[in-house]
Design a protein around this ligand. Structure first.
Ligand SMILES: Nc1ncnc2c1ncn2[C@@H]1O[C@H](COP(=O)(O)OP(=O)(O)OP(=O)(O)O)[C@@H](O)[C@H]1O
Length: 367
């Protein structure tokens, strides 16, 4: 296993044009040894580009890739000891499962005994023992994908495995099984794993830490809980959660920031940040889970109009109109649903301030 470091990395597919578009904008990032990571982001944000740069299929236009501190930019993919599992299984259809799994080992000149024992071990882990003598062409999509993964796992010298949306072609009911298998493999082998997906559930069930990618950059790297509770960037707030964070455009006013007639309570540190900034791009965000809702007036709670209620079985999502803003609030199963008018408040702890889309911390950091 290896630590993978990206140093001032950037990539542009075509630098010759007048206004080059960067698929990866300058980034510095470290995937630590043995970690289980997800790279999460919408289509086109640069996830596959980044994986291909790490595995060596693509040469970055700027910056460096380091494995355990050693620059690998000039090292070809086959010498990087990185296994890559793609969306579509890569297997040799005319070969048996055994031969498919044995292929990387035989290529390395491994002994017959070594091939036998390693293929047997990996087949056992992936529940492929019963189909070892079957031709790969006759396998189901999930079995084929397991063979693809197995080919990455048989080699002892593999330092990291990169998965590029590996469950795309797998039936929904088998997805969770394969996901659990991956987790188990990670625990057993302790290999650095980077799992690319645009699905937040897949990311958070697989990974200890998630890198959220947006527009060619990692905008936050944190645990699923950190991404939920403290989204560093408005995109993370919007993308993580179901539904995502409520984001309200606000303006400076005497009390701090306001939208329409409503003023929003900020703490001193946040107010200082607003006053110190020239930007007019100010937003406050709060997750639907943290909006407090009453059916009667309650202290300073804002009065809002109930637009509609979505019943999602174990909870309800209430859509409310507050001034010109639409706010979503999550109600618990047993909570009374207000009709027409609701009273809502935003607990200060869960109200986030964003300037130019980036979070302003609740307190000054003293490093
Ligand atoms: N071979 C290529 N030549 C030119 N531009 C490319 C090439 N491959 C990708 N791009 C562009 O680079 C950007 C990032 O694409 P990339 O495929 O890395 O994103 P992604 O997050 O993996 O998306 P998806 O989930 O749809 O695969 C996109 O704007 C895409 O159009």
């Amino acid at each position: 296993m290896a630590e993978i470091q990206l140093k001032s990395l950037a990539h542009c597919y075509d630098k010759q044009v007048e206004q080059p578009q960067y698929a990866i904008r300058e980034m510095n990032h470290v995937w630590q040894k043995g970690g289980a990571y997800a790279l999460l982001g919408p289509s086109g944000c640069g996830k596959s580009t980044l994986l291909n740069i790490i595995s060596g299929l693509l040469e970055p236009s700027d910056g460096e890739v380091l494995f355990d501190g050693v620059r690998v930019n000039d090292i070809p993919p086959q010498e990087r000891n990185i296994a890559q599992v793609f969306q579509f299984p890569v297997v040799y259809d005319t070969m048996t499962v055994f031969d498919n799994l044995a292929f990387p080992l035989r290529n390395m000149g491994a002994s017959k005994a070594k091939v036998q024992s390693k293929v047997g071990e990996i087949a056992e882990i992936l529940d492929l023992t019963a189909v070892l003598n079957k031709k790969a062409a006759n396998l189901s999509a999930d079995e084929k994908q397991k063979v693809s993964m197995g080919r990455g796992l048989v080699r002892d010298d593999v330092s990291a495995i990169l998965f590029d949306e590996p469950l795309t072609v797998i039936d929904p009911h088998l997805k969770w099984k394969l996901r659990r298998k991956l987790k188990q493999i990670h625990e057993q082998f302790n290999i650095t794993m980077v799992y690319v997906t645009h699905d937040q559930l897949e990311a958070s069930t697989f990974a200890d830490k998630i890198a959220v990618m947006y527009n060619g950059q990692v905008v936050q790297f944190g645990t699923p809980r950190e991404l939920f509770e403290q989204p560093n960037h408005t995109f993370v707030g919007y993308f993580i959660g179901s539904p995502g964070m409520n984001l309200m455009e606000v303006e400076r006013c005497e009390q701090g920031v306001c939208f329409g007639e409503q003023s929003i309570a900020l703490n001193e540190h946040e107010l200082n940040a607003v006053n110190a900034s020239q930007s007019t791009n100010l937003k406050v965000g709060i997750r639907p889970e943290f909006v407090h809702v009453w059916d009667k007036p309650n202290g300073d709670a804002y009065q809002a109009e109930v637009l509609f209620v979505e019943d999602l079985g174990t909870y309800k999502i209430l859509s409310l109109k507050l001034g010109e803003q639409v706010i979503k609030a999550r109600l618990q199963e047993d909570q009374k649903v207000p009709h027409q008018t609701a009273y809502i408040s935003f607990p200060e702890q869960w109200l986030m301030l964003y300037i130019d889309e980036y979070l302003i911390a609740k307190e000054a950091h003293h490093d």
